[in-house]
Design a protein around this ligand. Structure first.
Ligand SMILES: *[C@@H]1O[C@H](CO)[C@@H](O)[C@H](O)[C@H]1NC(C)=O
Ligand SMILES: *[C@@H]1O[C@H](CO)[C@@H](O)[C@H](O)[C@H]1NC(C)=O
Ligand SMILES: *[C@@H]1O[C@H](CO)[C@@H](O)[C@H](O)[C@H]1NC(C)=O
Ligand SMILES: *[C@@H]1O[C@H](CO)[C@@H](O)[C@H](O)[C@H]1NC(C)=O
Ligand SMILES: *[C@@H]1O[C@H](CO)[C@@H](O)[C@H](O)[C@H]1NC(C)=O
Ligand SMILES: *[C@@H]1O[C@H](CO)[C@@H](O)[C@H](O)[C@H]1NC(C)=O
Ligand SMILES: *[C@@H]1O[C@H](CO)[C@@H](O)[C@H](O)[C@H]1NC(C)=O
Ligand SMILES: *[C@@H]1O[C@H](CO)[C@@H](O)[C@H](O)[C@H]1NC(C)=O
Ligand SMILES: *[C@@H]1O[C@H](CO)[C@@H](O)[C@H](O)[C@H]1NC(C)=O
Ligand SMILES: *[C@@H]1O[C@H](CO)[C@@H](O)[C@H](O)[C@H]1NC(C)=O
Length: 424
């Protein structure tokens, strides 16, 4: 649990007073700020109603009907949108420029196994440049989600909005958070008929004034905390009633077409080794209750933390949009199928989140009626489609996370979530 507490302490409660005045891509604490404007859309068949805001390009609410026809809000969030700018929890946001943990915040372009030696060359003698992202995790031993001011903690710009779709835009300056080159990203969220929610992320590295285009790692993701019951079993007068869906007795059933995970060390940084899931608590190839083996994942989310916060590698390593997993709650009957063009998926089963004391939305048992109701441990499941965790420091892995350059390699991330109701 200590890892979980550290996670919450560092990630959720960092107030970063020294950067509060940063602009134009920094923090905003003013409720009248346009980056905190809420945009609400419905799907053409009205099966989904959802809302977003420019800050973090964050999904705020996501309503679908359960098996009893009751509308449930399936994602964690804050009703007070100013809270998103002071509590960094990645609630519903886009992650970047590099999702997940980078060892010591250090990487090189091109990637090398050992960045300590900055004069080192690659086997084919290309020069190597070492970069350092400011450290914001594990007591200064890793950079998490793009460093202290990741994409989730910046004001994106509204770029386009139509009846069923919305696009936000982020301009990430050259050198900001230690990353080389300026990168532009558009995220488009679309609500489609038949219970489909589609997310597209396009990034491009901009050329320097002299026309040359730098190379930089890009690994984006999205960070929704799902609870397919909408925290329906909350009990505001009992803080211990956490609405756990991913704990020992939790209801949520997960399936992932993934045969390996990335091994991580005591501070949750990739070691470079891969683990075959066969015979481990990480085997979700068949639909399995998350809680069934969660207590066997000892130190799975860092030293002293039991539970899941790991990177699963899909069997299908292609980059076409294909079905790769599902999440299902027999209690609500809501099932979410995941199709993605990504090769990996970080699953965080919300270990240690309770200690952050995050206030629940009114739609999920909080609000004026129950101001003390908070989000409990294991009461959600973050499913982050992405590339291989810290692949930027593992040149032998079969992934290329470097974009831009002479060939102007562009980045494209796509996931489609399909919601259905299983009545049983
Ligand atoms: C919203 O959160 C901000 C930041 O914590 C706080 O200053 C403000 O008082 C809150 N507003 C309400 C209505 O609670
Ligand atoms: C760790 O990062 C610091 C800068 O944050 C850098 O000076 C140091 O060389 C890095 N160490 C290694 C082993 O990469
Ligand atoms: C990395 O390189 C430095 C300098 O060459 C060396 O001292 C260090 O032992 C190397 N580390 C690893 C993990 O290979
Ligand atoms: C760093 O790498 C260069 C080139 O590979 C090599 O010549 C040099 O000896 C290395 N330095 C150390 C300290 O290992
Ligand atoms: C983008 O958003 C920021 C923060 O809300 C704002 O300061 C800036 O003027 C916007 N830029 C454009 C081009 O709209
Ligand atoms: C968008 O919605 C409005 C109001 O329902 C409707 O009048 C309009 O035709 C819609 N536009 C499109 C392109 O469907
Ligand atoms: C983002 O959208 C803008 C406006 O449509 C477009 O000019 C730009 O090329 C897009 N960038 C990327 C990386 O998709
Ligand atoms: C182009 O500009 C960049 C950034 O100033 C610089 O690092 C690079 O060396 C320049 N390239 C050439 C070919 O002049
Ligand atoms: C909620 O918790 C309180 C305090 O533990 C308990 O008395 C009450 O029975 C619980 N309500 C439900 C519906 O479980
Ligand atoms: C899970 O359910 C079992 C059997 O009902 C019960 O003994 C145990 O206390 C429960 N565990 C938790 C963590 O609620």
């Amino acid at each position: 649990m200590s890892r979980g507490l550290q996670f919450t302490a560092v990630v959720f409660l960092s107030l970063l007073p020294s950067v509060l005045s940063f602009s134009p891509n920094g923090l905003h604490q003013d409720d009248t700020d346009p980056s905190l404007t809420k945009y609400t859309l419905s799907s053409p068949d009205n099966k989904i109603k959802a809302s977003w805001m420019p800050f973090g390009a964050a999904l705020l609410e996501f309503f679908v009907e359960d098996k009893n026809g009751v509308k449930r809000d399936l994602v964690m969030g804050f009703d007070n949108r100013t809270l998103y700018t002071v509590v960094r929890g990645q609630l519903g946001s886009v992650l970047g420029r590099y999702a997940g943990r980078i060892r010591n915040g250090t990487f090189s372009v091109p990637p090398t196994l050992n960045t300590t030696n900055s004069t080192r060359t690659t086997p084919d003698d290309r020069p190597v440049t070492v970069y350092n992202v400011p450290l914001n995790d594990a007591s200064g031993r890793a950079a998490l989600h793009g460093g202290p001011i990741g994409y989730d903690f910046r004001a994106w710009n509204l770029s386009a909005v139509s009846n069923h779709s919305i696009t936000f835009f982020l301009s990430d300056p050259d050198g900001f958070m230690g990353f080389p080159g300026a990168v532009q990203t558009n995220v488009t969220y679309s609500l489609l008929s038949g219970g489909k929610y589609s997310i597209d992320l396009h990034s491009e590295v901009l050329p320097y004034a002299n026309g040359t285009r730098p190379e930089t790692p890009i690994m984006l993701s999205t960070h929704n905390y799902w609870n397919l019951e909408g925290w329906g079993d909350y009990n505001a007068s009992d803080p211990a009633a956490t609405g756990s869906v991913a704990g020992t007795n939790g209801s949520h059933i997960l399936q992932l077409d993934a045969d390996r995970i990335v091994q991580s060390d005591g501070i949750e940084v990739a070691t470079g080794q891969l683990i075959d899931v066969n015979g481990t608590p990480y085997d979700f190839r068949k639909p399995t209750r998350i809680g069934e083996h969660v207590d066997e994942a000892v130190n799975g989310c860092g030293t002293g933390c039991t539970g899941y916060d790991n990177c699963w590698l899909f069997e299908n390593q292609g980059s076409e949009l294909t079905h790769k997993g599902s999440l299902y709650s027999p209690k609500s009957g809501i099932r979410m199928d995941i199709a993605t063009n990504q090769q990996a998926n970080q699953l965080y089963a919300c270990e240690g989140i309770g200690a952050a004391g995050l206030p629940r939305k009114a739609s999920q048992g909080g609000g004026a009626a129950h101001p003390d109701a908070t989000y409990g441990d294991q009461s959600c499941v973050a499913l982050e489609q992405e590339s291989w965790a810290d692949g930027i420091n593992q040149p032998e892995w079969p992934v290329n996370q470097i974009y831009g350059g002479k060939e102007n390699r562009k980045y494209y991330w796509q996931s489609v979530y399909s919601f259905s109701v299983v009545s049983s």
